[in-house]
Design a protein around this ligand. Structure first.
Ligand code: GLU
Length: 367
């Protein structure tokens, strides 16, 4: 990694797609962005990436808000809903076209499919052959005027795309490995990479910190910044989270929704502490940390490239540590709910003998 200069004016964002619950991986990304801002200064923004109308739900957006609120990961300013920015996405796609960095492509999905199959049958990987980029200008104008269905396709330049990743150091992609990609579909809806770049520019984002699964999007996004003539933010890609078997964390490993852990009695400070250690090390051996400890210790140097292991046993152990530190008064409602649900106490009794129940919570603490 090159020299690292944090800026008090840095603007970071968490940009979840509301297509399910708040996943532990998403919460970890949100936490690292938030910790960065709390440690170095700057703004932490929230953008709901709801352009995929078919898969996005209000319920899922609510689950994201609830999860972040439970964890105390408050964001600055108003929530940005990506779907509300469609007009700007279109304008930006057209600007790329007008600057001569993209072209209209009239190939139909059926034609592309046929060519893809033909390439595969020859044992080749399909790449768009740029035939529409070779159409004469007047022919393009004629087809567009006649309303012939088309997409806008980005013309990937020659050379390589490189960035200095906050976590991985220098990353280089040969551009020849990247196909001319669509930025605006035939129904004038933007492709993900264009919407992200358009929104990150509009929100003044200076550091994009997200999961490693986005590394392959980054060269395309960098090309779009260049095409639009906008200076680049920095990028940092956080390691994936794996289960104890070394495989990518999934439902097979148990609960993956933050809300499930809340309902299991995990304290929010435990969850934050546990998530913080998935891809970051404070540089000392003390694992049990308060939020203030984490903010103090969080530095970019402590970010790891290696996949992090999600160990539910460790989470449980850590919860015991945080429960032991928590005020019994605060824990009483949580414990009372469990006792009442199990038929071991009544709400009236808990109310009448509060001190006794608080004493019971004290006894149950098991550091
Ligand atoms: N919406 C994307 C996701 O949920 C994140 C986009 C980004 O951080 O750039 O994975």
């Amino acid at each position: 990694m090159g020299l690292f200069f944090p800026a008090m004016t840095d603007r970071l964002r968490f940009a979840p797609s509301p297509t399910g619950f708040l996943h532990v991986g998403g919460a970890r990304t949100a936490l690292f962005n938030w910790l960065y801002v709390k440690h170095y200064g700057g703004q932490f923004l929230l953008r709901i990436e709801d352009t995929d109308r078919a898969r996005s739900t209000d319920e899922s957006t609510r689950a994201i808000f609830d999860g972040l609120e439970w964890l105390g990961l408050t964001w600055d300013g108003d929530v940005v809903h990506q779907g509300a920015n469609l007009e700007r996405h279109r304008r930006d796609a057209r600007a790329v076209l007008e600057k001569g960095k993209a072209y209209c492509c009239f190939c139909t999905p059926a034609e592309l499919d046929e060519r893809r199959k033909a390439a595969e049958s020859r044992g080749e990987t399909f790449a768009y052959d740029r035939r529409c980029d070779r159409l004469p200008e007047d022919e393009v104008a004629r087809r567009v005027a006649a309303g012939v269905s088309h997409v806008i396709r980005f013309r990937v330049p020659e050379g390589t795309t490189t960035w200095d990743d906050l976590v991985h150091g220098g990353i280089t992609f040969p551009n020849k490995d990247i196909d001319d990609f669509v930025i605006l579909r035939s129904d004038a809806t933007p492709i993900y990479n264009l919407a992200v770049v358009s929104d990150d520019i509009a929100m003044g984002i200076t550091l994009v910190m997200r999961g490693d699964d986005h590394i392959s999007n980054t060269p395309k996004q960098i090309m779009l910044y260049d095409a639009l003539g906008v200076s680049l933010p920095r990028f940092g890609h956080l390691p994936m989270i794996h289960g104890t078997d070394g495989k990518k964390l999934s439902k097979r490993h148990g609960a993956t929704a933050v809300g499930d852990y809340q309902h299991m009695g995990i304290l929010p400070e435990t969850m934050l502490n546990f998530l913080a250690l998935l891809g970051w090390s404070p540089g000392h051996d003390i694992e049990v940390m308060s939020v203030a400890d984490m903010i103090h210790a969080f530095t970019v140097d402590g970010l790891s490239k290696k996949a992090a292991i999600f160990d539910p046993k460790k989470l449980e152990w850590m919860n015991g540590q945080h429960l032991a530190r928590a005020e019994s008064e605060r824990l009483l409602p949580l414990v009372a709910r469990g006792l009442i649900d199990a038929g071991l106490a009544t709400a009236a009794d808990v109310e009448a003998r509060r001190r006794w129940y608080i004493g019971l919570v004290d006894l149950m603490k098991n550091p």
